[in-house]
Design a protein around this ligand. Structure first.
Ligand SMILES: [Zn+2]
Length: 199
């Protein structure tokens, strides 16, 4: 896993520019000790507002066909443009994890799914995300191309394009699925699973 570098604001460098000012009073936030907190925080010296920086939840599915293949999308946006991943996206504030899994899968693939078992939870510290992956049964719809995807197609467990998988969390989730359905198959070693970007 690549090294996590935190900027002067105590937040990941890529996130720093978007958390400069207090969202309550507009003063400039400062990073440092805050009374009652166990670690340095980004806080407002004018009004005392503490800006907590925490990872966000990404909800994904591995949609499984009747033939036992997994549907992946070739991404049409960065990060991971032109590489493969399972459908998913950020959990919205007004929905359950299950609703998000169904919605994101439909939006990105055109497939209606029924999330069944939870495959795993995958932390990706540099991207400040936690990814949850569900195994999901395809119940309807048909594969579509969207603004976010160049292609949606099924892969059998022994056809996974490991070198073209976009994210470390996707490699972990798809690897866990392969281990479940085809424990006899070899998996890529951890060195070849490193990715510099995204999830
Ligand atoms: Zn303030």
């Amino acid at each position: 896993m690549s090294e996590v570098r935190f900027g002067p604001g105590g937040v990941p460098e890529w996130l720093g520019p978007s958390v400069r000012f207090c969202s309550r009073c507009g003063a400039e936030l400062r990073f440092g000790p805050v009374e009652g907190e166990d670690r340095d925080r980004l806080a407002c010296p004018a009004c005392g507002f503490v800006f907590y920086v925490n990872p966000r939840l990404v909800v994904t599915t591995l949609p499984i066909t009747d033939r036992g293949e997994v549907m992946l999308i070739r991404r049409g946006i960065e990060p991971g443009y032109d590489m493969w991943a399972q459908p998913g996206g950020f959990l919205e504030i007004d929905e359950t994890v299950r609703d998000a899994a169904i919605r994101e899968t439909l939006e990105e693939t055109g497939l209606e799914v029924e999330p069944e078992t939870m495959l795993g939870l995958y932390s990706r510290v540099p991207a400040a995300i936690v990814v949850v992956a569900f195994v999901a049964r395809i119940t309807g719809g048909r594969p579509i191309v969207t603004r976010e995807s160049l292609e949606t197609r099924p892969f059998a467990a022994d056809q996974i394009p490991w070198d073209e998988i976009a994210f470390e969390t996707s490699l972990s989730a798809i690897g866990d699925w392969v281990r479940l359905v085809r424990p006899d198959l070899p998996l890529p070693d951890s060195a070849s699973m490193q990715r510099d970007f995204g999830g």
